[in-house]
Design a protein. Structure first.
Length: 156
């Protein structure tokens, strides 16, 4: 099985617009990501005995919430909500792109595909790139979405 991570960082505070993060990718990274979307679409088209099999995990991350006056619980809730919103928006975008690739005859692939599984996760601020960020550049790296594509093919 091969796992290919794609990281989309640089979210402004409170922002969850995945399409903007995708648009900001450099061309080689965008090409690699698009190629992985085609692997997913190929799996949806495949019959039960052919390949590949794909698992997608969308992980939303947030920066630490350091606003003065917030309780620990309020800060955690804010971090979790930001990460969740990023993951949900990224999944919606990803699902739409894949649906466009496979066409209307595969409507409902998200729930019906025998070859593709998916999930999204809100990591909150539990996996910071910079645990003690110094400046907005490091905070932008903490605010991110990571998409893990796992795929494998069975040798005939």
């Amino acid at each position: 099985m091969r796992v290919k991570p794609f990281t989309f960082d640089g979210y402004p505070p409170g922002n969850h617009d995945f399409a903007a993060r995708y648009a900001s990718l450099d061309p080689p990274s965008r090409d690699a990501f698009d190629a992985m979307l085609h692997v997913v679409s190929r799996a949806i088209f495949a019959d039960v005995l052919s390949q590949p099999y794909v698992a997608m995990t969308v992980i939303g991350h947030s920066d630490r919430q350091d606003l003065p006056g917030m309780t620990h619980q309020q800060a955690q809730a804010s971090e979790a909500a930001a990460a969740r919103d990023r993951a949900v928006d990224a999944w919606a975008w990803l699902s739409q792109q894949i649906s466009t690739l496979v066409g209307p005859e595969f409507d409902g692939w998200e729930e019906n595909s025998r070859k593709v599984t998916w999930s999204w996760v809100s990591a909150g601020s539990g996996q910071l790139v910079h645990p003690d960020p110094v400046g907005e550049d490091q905070r932008l790296q903490n605010r991110r979405v990571v998409i893990l594509f796992s795929h494998f093919e069975i040798d005939a």
